[in-house]
Design a protein around this ligand. Sequence first.
Ligand SMILES: Cc1ncc(COP(=O)(O)O)c(C=O)c1O
Length: 347
Amino acid sequence: MKPTLESLCDMPEVFQYGATAGYGPLLEFLNGYFELPETHIAMACTGSQQGLDLIARAYVNPGDKVVMEAPSYLGAMQVFGLVQAEIVTVPQNAHGPDLVALETCFAEQAPKMFYAVPDFHNPTGVCWSLETRKQVAALCEKYHVALIEDAPYRELRFSGEALPLVSDFCPQHSIVLRSFSKIASPGLRVGIVTGKRSYLEPLIKIKQGADLHSSVPMQAVLLGLLQHEDFDAHIDTIRALYKTRYEKMFNALTNYLPEGCDINPVEGGMFVWVTLPQCDTFALAKSLLSNGVAVVPSPVFYPQHQLASSALRLNFTNATPDELEEAVKRLSKGLSEQLAQPEAMQA
Ligand SMILES: Cc1ncc(COP(=O)(O)O)c(C=O)c1O
C-alpha cells in the first residue's frame, strides 16, 4: 500500500476533477480484468453501495416491485426502501432462491428487478449452485426482469469450485456490482458497476448530479493495488486466513451449539447463519454483546421484521481462532440459558 500511496505524489493529474464514469486507466484495466463483452462498460462508484443507490434512483419509481431473497442485505433494503419500492421476497434454500416461488413471483407480480447476492450471501453465506444460476438467468430473460447481481464476496472463495456469475448467463438483462472493500480496503470507497451501455448511461448521469465523480486519487490507488505483482498472493492469503478461521468457528459451533440450533457449511465469504428455535433474537444479541460477543439478529435482514425466522449472523473473519472458539462457547452458553426460559424469549 505504501509505495502505491507514495506514487500519487508524482501524479498531479489525479488531484484535478475527473470523468464521472471513473478514472480512465482504472476503467481500461477493469475491462480486461472482468473480461467485459463489447456491449458492456464499467463505471466507478463510491463503494458498490453507491452503485446500488444510483440503480434505485435511476430505475425504481414509487410502488415498483423489487424482488430479493429473504433474508437479504440490509443496505439493499434501505436503498430500495428510500425510493419507495415495494420489496417482494422469495425464500432462500441451500442452493439459492426457491425457483418455483421466484417464477411465480415474476409471472404474477411483474417486478422490475431482482436484487441478488449469489456468492456467499450476506447474511446466510449461501452460494448459488450452477444450475440455479442458469435457471435464474433464464427466468430473468423470460419475464424481462433485470438482474442486479451484487458480488462483494465473490473473491473470498476458500473451498469448492469457482462458478460463473449469474449475469454471464443473461448479460443483456443484468447489472453487476463489484466491491473492493473485502479484498483491498473498505476505506478507499471504490466499487465498480458493469453492464451494457444503455443500462449504465442513466447511472452516470445521476452520479454526475450526486457527486461529479468518485475520488480520483483513491481510484488510482486501487489501480496500483490491482496491478501490484503481489495482489493475487494477497487474495490467496486472505482466503487461507478466512478458511482457517471459518473451520475453527464451524467446528466449535458443531461441538457446542445447543439442541435445536442449526448451521450449514459455507465455501467462502464472511458469514455463518445459525438458525434457532423461535425466540427474541434482539434480546439475545443484546445479552451476548454484554458478554463480549457481537452477533446480528435475523429480523434486521427482513423487510418485515416480524416475519423473520429466528437466526443469528456470525462473522468469522475478524477474530483469531482462539477468540472464535471462546466466542462460540459464550454464544452457546448464552443460548442454552435463554432457550431454557421460553417465556422470557418470546418475540
Ligand atoms: C451484499 C453487500 N453489498 C454491498 C455492500 C457494500 O459494499 P461497499 O463497501 O463496496 O460499498 C456490502 C457491504 O458489506 C454487502 O454486504
